[in-house]
Design a protein around this ligand. Structure first.
Ligand code: PBG
Length: 350
């Protein structure tokens, strides 16, 4: 048996045709038959994008009556809690199952070690309680990282030399996770890239009785320029240096698998690759390496690029969004965090 797709290589795949060597091929294979109509294409479609796959990142800010558009993320807003609740209800009615919540904290509440992050009455904790009251079925994933809460904007505690201290940071991340779990978070989502944090958080959650609270681990999170608009949204850009001693080097793939394996060993329930588009190969490899659900974060810069080109009339936004997100699923993402989640819900529902 010789494959016509790869002559000389034997294949048992049923889409190949065997031709005895030297003989003339007398059969034309016509793949276009399966593209002939919309119904056939739907029937043989390998990848189906649904709202069930989407996790919607949302920003909450202090105060009341606030709905402030983020200039580098058109269509995304910082909501105060009262208006956020309305938005969350609407999203749930559109079929969105899960929200990733990010706080925009006043500068006055920021300090060197991010103590506000585990205040039981802090913004995230209050917001989680209020959403759980209003829309109990909505799955809430809370970000575990210090950057929204530190005066210097880093995800960790910094020493005098400007080094990010791993283990003291993990202690704060544990307190933060417990505060979020106590408020009612369904999944805590460490996005900081400190070593050993998944294990420490899992242990603490279990010993405090939060055995049902899951961990969505930002396992392979790269030091990426694609986070720019998000840092505008939170006003959280680091005041000095960069995040390259904790977030991963974009040049590395095997290291991503190592990070994913460690997070799984430490107790992650879902592993994530972030950003998504420049890291499709990583999504694919992570998918091969684990049976856990794999999430991909279609980050702020990826969103902003599409929005900017669409606003210029250079691309067809709706088609680009669906093609991009379908591509992420095809690469292996079971779940996609995307600022397009609400738009996609509207597109797929209508
Ligand atoms: C911070 C965090 C970042 C994002 C999510 N959590 C930014 C960063 O690491 O600096 C980025 C999300 C996006 O760009 O959409 N812990």
């Amino acid at each position: 048996m010789t494959s016509i797709i790869n002559p000389g290589v034997s294949s048992s795949k049923n889409y190949t045709v065997s031709v005895s060597s030297g003989s003339k091929q007398d059969l034309i294979i016509r793949p276009r038959r399966l593209r002939r109509s919309a119904t056939i294409r739907r029937m043989v479609g390998e990848t189906n994008l649904t709202v069930n796959d989407m996790i919607y990142p949302m920003f909450v800010t202090e105060g009341e009556g606030q709905k402030i558009e983020i200039s580098s993320m058109p269509g995304c807003y910082r909501f105060s809690l009262d208006l956020l609740l309305k938005e969350v209800k609407q999203c749930y009615d559109l079929g969105i199952n899960a929200i990733a919540l990010f706080p925009v904290v006043n500068d006055g509440k920021k300090d060197e070690t991010g103590t506000e992050s585990y205040n039981p009455d802090g913004l995230v904790q209050q917001t989680v309680k209020a959403i759980k009251d209003a829309v109990p079925e909505m799955i809430l994933m809370t970000d575990v990282a210090l950057d929204p809460f530190t005066s210097h904007g880093h995800d960790g505690i910094v020493d005098e030399q400007g080094r990010i201290l791993n283990d003291p940071t993990v202690e704060v991340l544990v307190k933060m996770s417990l505060a979020q779990a106590a408020a009612g978070a369904d999944f805590v989502s460490p996005s900081d890239m400190m070593d050993g944090r998944i294990g420490a958080i899992r242990k603490a959650l279990d010993s405090e009785g939060y055995t049902d609270v899951g961990i969505l681990a930002y396992s392979a999170k790269y030091a990426s320029a694609y986070y720019g608009p998000f840092r505008d949204a939170l006003d959280s850009a680091p005041k000095f240096g960069d995040k390259k001693t904790y977030q991963m080097d974009p040049a590395n793939a095997r290291e991503a698998i190592k990070e994913v394996e460690l997070d799984i060993l430490e107790g992650a329930d879902i592993v994530m690759v972030k950003p998504a588009l420049a890291y499709m190969d990583i999504i694919y490899q992570v998918k091969q390496a684990t049976n856990l659900p794999v999430a991909a974060y279609n980050v702020s810069g990826e969103y902003a690029m599409i929005k900017a080109a669409a606003q210029n009339g250079w691309i067809d936004e709706k088609r680009i969004v669906l093609e991009t997100l379908t591509g992420l699923k095809r690469a292996g993402a079971d779940l996609i965090l995307t600022y397009f989640a609400k738009d996609v819900a509207l597109m797929l529902n209508h």
